[in-house]
Each structure stands twice: as C-alpha cells, then as structure tokens.
Design a protein around this ligand. Structure first.
Ligand code: ATP
Ligand code: MG
Length: 318
C-alpha cells in the first residue's frame, strides 16, 4: 500500500548548529513542522531554546545546517522569511511609555498598514485579548499577564504564516496562563502554524501536537505527549494517607512493590509507585493497607507525567 503523502513541512530544520565562542549551544537540531500544527519545544534553562528560535527568526545566523520557512532559507532569504513570521520574544517588545492601543497602532504602521487600517486592527486585537478596558493606559502600569497578551497581540497585527512564541507564559499566574493558552488555541484554529518554547511540561501537553525535548542543544526525544509518556511505560498509582504517622508502616508494607516516589512536598505530599498491572496494583495496595488498619485519604492511577518522562530521559528534572 502506498504511504500517505504528507505535504512538505512548513518549517524544516536540518542539523542546525550554533556556538558562542567556545560554547556550543546548538549541536545539530532537526525539526519538521506541518502546516497548521503546534510544535512544543520543551527544555530546561539554557537548553538552547531561545538560540534556536533566534536562528529560525533570522535574528541570529547559525554556524551550519539549514532552516527553511515555507521553503525560504533563513540565511539566504531573510526578508522573505521575516514577511511570513511573527515572533513574541522571551522579553517584551512593546514600548512601556505608550498605551496598549498606541503600541498596536505603531506595530501596524511599521508593517505598512494605513492609519485607518492600523487603528481598526488595534481595536480588534484589544477586544480579542481582553485589553479594551486598559487600552488607553501606559504599558508600564500593566501586570505581567497583560503585557504578555499585548506582546502576543503585537506579533499578530498582520496574521503570520508561522508564529514563534518564546516561553509565552513564564512568570504568569495560573489564570493568566489559562487565558494565554486559550489565545494560542484560537490562533491555531485560524490555521496559524505555531512553534512555542516552554519549560512547562503541562503547557506542551495542553497545546502542542508534537513535542521535541531538547537538552544541552540536542533533541533528546520527540513525539506526541502520549508517545513520550508511553516511552516511560505503564501507569503510576498515586496515594495519600489520612495520617502522616502511618507512613513508616505503609512503606514497610509496600516495600516489595517497588520504589515509592515522593514529590516536592516529600512525605507530606502524594506518593507514587509504579503500577505495572494498573488497577490490580491499586487493588493490592488498598487491600494491604486496609488489613493493616491504615486509612487512605486518596488513591488513584495516573499516566506518567511529562516530568516523569524528562526525568527518565535525562536523569534530572526540569
Ligand atoms: N549571546 C550569547 N553569548 C554567549 N552565550 C550565549 C549567548 N546567548 C546564549 N548563550 C548561552 O547559550 C546557552 C543557551 O541559551 P538559550 O538562551 O538559547 O537557552 P534557553 O533554552 O532559551 O534558556 P531559558 O529557558 O533560560 O530561556 C546558555 O548556556 C547561554 O548562556
Ligand atoms: Mg530562552
């Protein structure tokens, strides 16, 4: 049977390398992004995410390798590339002394919209990003979440073919993060191809069709969130005891079932144990604790988190 022919990727990166002096930051990155999809580039501080984005958006020239956007080469055809992309950088590009509306109009004018068209687009974006009430306030009075929204709005004054978002939600509270996720999903629904970097595993999980995990300038894994989780294999049984005093007894009772994994909260938080037999493992734990008279506060099965994946791949957490 013939393989289904996929259209060529809209973003294609082959063996991209970049060094700063002696420091090798990108060690041969390969990426392929299909039109209309979201690629999540996941990696810890210093992994090379911003450097990769900067190479793809023509802000940096790579040392070797190749990258194309819609077939245009980022090194040899930078103007063509720039006309097709939008970028929300890791650090805000908007002018603090101007109002939100003035900023958006300025971006429109820089992109050669007429005055009327720039004003019209600014008002549309203020509405879409829930910034109407703050439209005429100077940006320096904005909260972090409002700035990120304005920054994102500024990068889509003219809808790009490919939008790059470098850590769009770093430093935001959960509500602002959710709001931004909604905006990214809307943009995807409009057919925009999105490449976003993040240190947050849940963010890649929530938004990305495909994820590449990078560490020390290399792609160490790629796939959908589910595929990556499957690589760790199996499920985990997560439990919390009603009384912390029972923990030593519980540990002894379950010692033969595998290592107990504790999280950030240590013994005070939930603990997990690999559950190769799924519900059977859970039942076994419930029975053992019940017959020993140890009450549970909570017990459940969960899939491995991307945190577990990252740990399994690198031996360290994000
Ligand atoms: N202009 C530069 N000169 C020298 N070293 C640099 C330069 N830019 C980045 N680096 C180094 O390259 C490495 C990767 O940096 P990069 O900013 O790409 O990481 P990142 O994945 O975006 O990290 P973060 O999550 O902190 O934003 C780091 O070790 C950084 O110190
Ligand atoms: Mg960065």
């Amino acid at each position: 049977m013939p393989l289904l022919a996929l259209p060529p990727p809209i973003v294609e990166v082959k063996n991209l390398t970049k060094r700063f002096g002696e420091t090798v930051v990108l060690r041969g990155i390969d990426l392929a992004v299909q039109r209309g999809t979201v690629l999540g580039v996941l990696g810890p501080n210093g992994a090379g995410k911003t450097t990769a984005i900067n190479c793809l958006t023509t802000l940096l020239v790579p040392d070797s390798g190749q990258a194309t956007i819609a077939g245009y080469d980022v090194v040899r055809q930078p103007e063509a590339v720039r006309s097709l992309i939008g970028l929300t950088g890791q650090f805000a590009a908007v002018d603090e002394a101007l109002t939100a509306r003035e900023n958006l109009i300025l971006f429109g004018r820089l992109l050669r919209l007429s005055k009327g068209a720039a004003q019209h687009r600014a008002d549309e974006l203020l509405k879409q990003f829930e910034l109407i009430d703050a439209a005429n306030r100077q940006v320096k009075t904005f909260s972090g979440g409002m700035r990120r929204r304005l920054d994102l709005a500024a990068s889509i004054v003219v809808l790009p073919l490919v939008l790059f978002l470098d850590e769009p939600t770093t430093g935001l509270d959960p509500r602002s993060r959710q709001q931004l996720w909604g905006v990214v999903q809307d943009l995807k629904a409009q057919g925009i191809t999105i490449i976003l970097t993040t240190q947050y595993l849940e963010e890649a999980d929530a938004l990305a069709d495909q994820i590449v995990v990078i560490d020390h300038g290399q792609v160490i894994a790629e796939g959908t969130a589910d595929e990556l989780k499957d690589r760790v294999g199996g499920k985990f049984c997560e439990l919390r005891l009603a009384n912390l005093a029972d923990i030593p007894k519980m540990k002894a009772l379950l010692a033969d079932m595998g290592e107990l994994i504790t999280g950030e909260l240590g013994d005070e938080g939930p603990m997990a144990i690999a559950a190769p037999d799924g519900a059977n493992t859970l039942t076994e734990i419930v029975l053992r604790l019940e017959s020993a008279g140890i009450p549970l506060a909570d017990i459940s099965l969960r899939r491995p988190s991307l945190d577990d994946v990252f740990f399994a791949l690198t031996g360290h957490t994000t």
